[in-house]
Ligand binder design. Structure first.
Ligand SMILES: *Cc1c(COP(=O)(O)O)cnc(C)c1O
Length: 352
């Protein structure tokens, strides 16, 4: 009997999430995790650390509620958006019985979080234009307790049609939770479903400070949902999920002056995305630059592996999507600083 065989069978079988950081690389230019390219400056305000933190730091809850335009009882603060994903599965899915459903190619954590707790995954691929295939989803909903959709979708970058999301919410009413992952919503804020919360008690929205807020190192995310759903998630969350230093900086990050800064940085990323998309589209090695509403671009190359490896060797670390469903020869590139984007284009240009 080894320690490995003592572990649960589904854990033995689990393929862990390949985080950008774990994949390594000798990078000087990191464009593989959709982070903001530079760090904002915050200072800890020197709060006591001998006491446990507030289970739900009130100033952070209120600050995010104001920002998102929802009442504070519709907000749960989590250890990154990823914890929100896991909480919904743990609170709603019976192990070895219920399933989640998601639509690849999409974010990898839905599958990892479900498999870890012994919940089955059903998949219905996105259509050729990366939209929901509702005709195929409908007959698959039996036994499904949570449906995960991601808009803008990671790694494709497009928004899911609002009418499809609303139809999905109709189809699942009273049967399953619909989680809309809005990790990148700051790059297209008009597309949020936050205003729909009052119409759908089974809607949960995932948010994070890791992307547009430029605070991936803080590990702070949110679930937005109606009070009843938030109360259920509160039962299964760890007692003190948000460390005092994280809550301190999150509170500062949610003040009006800083939100104005975030919005200015978003405009800069959008301008740089446009520049990068146009420059990449001109390269003979690049077959397609997909339309993006987020801070990254998905491109299809003639030979994706060659482009990915050549840049890797130059210290430019991108995210290879070759193994993702229907994304052969595709690479995801985070929009970096103007200089970083120029390096990407130059390096691909001189590939023969
Ligand atoms: C980055 C990301 C998240 C959450 O990331 P955290 O750092 O855990 O907040 C959730 N969903 C998607 C699609 C993401 O890309």
């Amino acid at each position: 009997m080894t320690i490995t065989t003592l572990s649960r069978q589904n854990v033995q079988a689990l393929t862990p999430y390949q985080s950008a950081r774990k994949l390594g690389g000798n990078g000087t230019i990191w464009l593989n995790a959709n982070e903001y390219p530079t760090s904002p400056m915050f200072q800890l305000s020197g709060k006591d650390l001998n006491r446990y933190p507030e289970p739900q730091p009130q100033a952070v809850v209120q600050g995010y509620a104001n920002y998102a335009g929802v009442p504070p009882e519709n907000v749960l603060v989590t250890r990154g958006g990823d914890e929100g994903i896991e909480l919904v599965i743990r609170a709603f899915c019976e192990p070895n019985q219920d399933a989640i459903l998601f639509c690849p190619p999409t974010y990898g954590m839905y599958a990892v979080s479900a498999e870890t707790v012994g919940v089955a995954c059903k998949t219905v691929p996105l259509t050729a234009d990366f939209q929901l295939n509702l005709t195929e989803i409908k007959p698959q909903l039996e036994g499904v307790k949570v449906v995960f959709v991601c808009s803008p979708n990671n790694p494709t970058g497009n928004l899911l049609k609002r009418s499809d999301l609303l139809e999905l919410l109709q189809l699942t009413a009273g049967k399953a939770i619909v989680v809309v992952d809005e990790a990148y919503i700051e790059f297209c804020p008009q597309a949020t479903l936050a205003k729909e919360l009052k119409n759908y008690p089974h809607l949960a929205i995932i948010r994070t400070l890791s992307k547009a807020f430029a605070l991936a190192g803080l590990r702070c995310g949110f679930v937005l949902a109606n009070a009843e759903l938030i109360q259920i998630l509160s039962k299964v969350i760890a007692p003190y999920p948000i460390p005092v230093p994280s809550a301190d900086i999150a509170e500062q990050a949610l003040q009006a002056e800083n939100i104005a800064l975030v919005q200015a940085r978003v405009q800069e990323i959008l301008a740089n995305r446009q520049w990068l998309a146009e420059a990449l589209a001109d390269l003979p090695q690049v077959e397609n630059v997909y339309h993006s509403e987020a801070n990254y671009l998905l491109i299809k190359c003639q030979d994706g592996e060659r482009v990915f490896k050549a840049l890797w060797e130059q210290g430019i670390i991108l995210r290879d999507q070759n193994k993702a469903l229907n994304l052969q020869n595709c690479i995801r590139i985070t929009v970096g600083t103007r200089e970083e984007n120029e390096r990407v284009v130059e390096t691909i240009t001189i590939l023969k």
